[in-house]
Design a protein around this ligand. Structure first.
Ligand SMILES: [Zn+2]
Length: 392
């Protein structure tokens, strides 16, 4: 779903004549149930403000895109989604309807994929490993939906088992209890336990394969405490590190119940990781050991291709100055590029960060809530570096 959105053409596009809009159109919100929903009023005002700030020539170009977007939103009153993003320009129209609300935004210039990047990060799918004693399911959970990927049940065929004494144990079939003699029952039960353990190991192996193959960062395990912990311990280290939570489910749970109980745990786990990431960036930047904060230092690190993870406040605003020729980007106002002498232009920071990150091979982590508030005292941006530079 979200992770399959291919935003590359927009991120890498050098077009500067695009109207980009992102909206929260969630129909479950009361303000959106009105005949003239709040998002439409917001959009009309935001587009007008955006256009008013443009020089005459650009305004004329932008006006067309803005009209088409407004027309689309007017015409489609019952869109089957909670978030809408549109990119419009001469010969260009892209719309994305998403199952999650997007933060409202309207911009002109470079395609602004920031709200979509945030949503793709926030609602990244999570693997749910539902494990019960003799039954397991692997699901992919997205907000509001689940897809079953694999289902496995353990079937024990005890009829072919041979015991040392050469006698078949007597037991009530199907229940696995009721052997005649204690030692044989112990052997039998040990054997059942052994099979169940092997089943769990198989489940852990299948899950590890899926998680690695699909490059899933978050895993939640659900099941009875003993089973869930055992399966977690059976996961290889790199996959166990992606487990963001364990949900205790006493018995069998259907997909809907699983989803409802797992998604909050997955989101909480993600937010806890963001908290840790911001703490690491702030601590290391303070110690000048492998991280930087603030706009000048972060842009500098990006230009040097030193950034491993770029951490940014979702609501970051403000401008930077970018060279139209070599893309040199400055956090402070300049009129001409210091490297090639070409004129520079002012651009909104979130509009250039995706391409800057991509060009330097950095991953972006867009944070909101508490971690974002802590980052805001450092201009809303920081980065974890690939290697430690000598303290200057
Ligand atoms: Zn330049």
């Amino acid at each position: 779903m979200l992770r399959h959105l291919d935003l590359s053409p927009l991120i890498e596009s050098d077009r500067k004549d695009i109207v980009s809009v992102a909206l929260d159109i969630d129909p479950t919100k009361p303000e959106h149930q009105d005949n003239n929903p709040a998002y439409r009023i917001w959009l009309r005002n935001a587009l007008r403000d955006t256009l008013e700030g443009l020089p005459k020539e650009e305004r004329r170009a932008a006006d067309n895109g803005a009209r088409r977007i407004l027309g689309f939103v007017e015409e489609h009153r019952a869109l089957n989604g909670r978030g809408l993003a549109i990119f419009a320009g001469p010969d260009l129209w892209r719309e994305y309807l998403l199952p999650v609300p997007l933060p409202n935004s309207a911009r002109y210039g470079r395609p602004d994929v920031w709200p979509l990047l945030w949503a793709a990060d926030e609602y990244e799918p999570c693997a749910v490993l539902a494990v019960f004693r003799d039954h397991a399911r692997i699901l992919m959970a997205y907000l509001g939906q689940t897809a079953v990927l694999d289902e496995e049940a353990l079937v024990l065929d005890t009829s072919t088992w041979r015991f040392k004494a050469g006698r078949q144990p007597t037991f009530s079939r199907g229940t696995g209890v009721g052997a005649s003699r204690g030692t044989q029952r112990d052997t039998f039960e040990a054997r059942v336990e052994d099979h169940i353990r092997r089943f769990w190991a198989g489940v852990a192996e299948a899950a590890a394969h899926l998680v690695r193959e699909s490059r899933i960062d978050r895993v939640v395990i659900g099941g009875p405490e003993e089973v869930a912990s055992a399966v977690r311990d059976l996961l290889p280290d790199d996959v166990r590190a992606r487990v963001v939570g364990i949900v205790h489910l006493p018995g069998y749970a259907g997909d809907a119940e699983l989803r409802d109980r797992v998604l909050p745990v997955a989101l909480a786990g993600k937010h806890r990781r963001e908290e840790e990431l911001v703490t690491e960036v702030l601590d290391r930047a303070a110690g000048r050991s492998g991280a930087v904060t603030g706009r000048p230092a972060t842009l500098d690190a990006l230009a040097r291709k030193q950034v491993q993870i770029l951490v940014v406040d979702r609501d970051v605003t403000g401008q930077v100055w970018q060279c139209g020729h070599c893309a040199f980007t400055s956090a402070v106002p300049i009129t001409h590029c210091p490297t090639c002498g070409s004129p520079v232009e002012a651009v909104a920071l979130p509009q250039v960060l995706p391409v800057l990150a991509r060009r330097s091979g950095a991953r972006i982590s867009i944070v909101s809530g508490q971690p974002a508030a802590r980052l805001r005292t450092h201009e809303g941006i920081g980065a974890l570096l690939r290697y430690v530079t000598a303290a200057r």
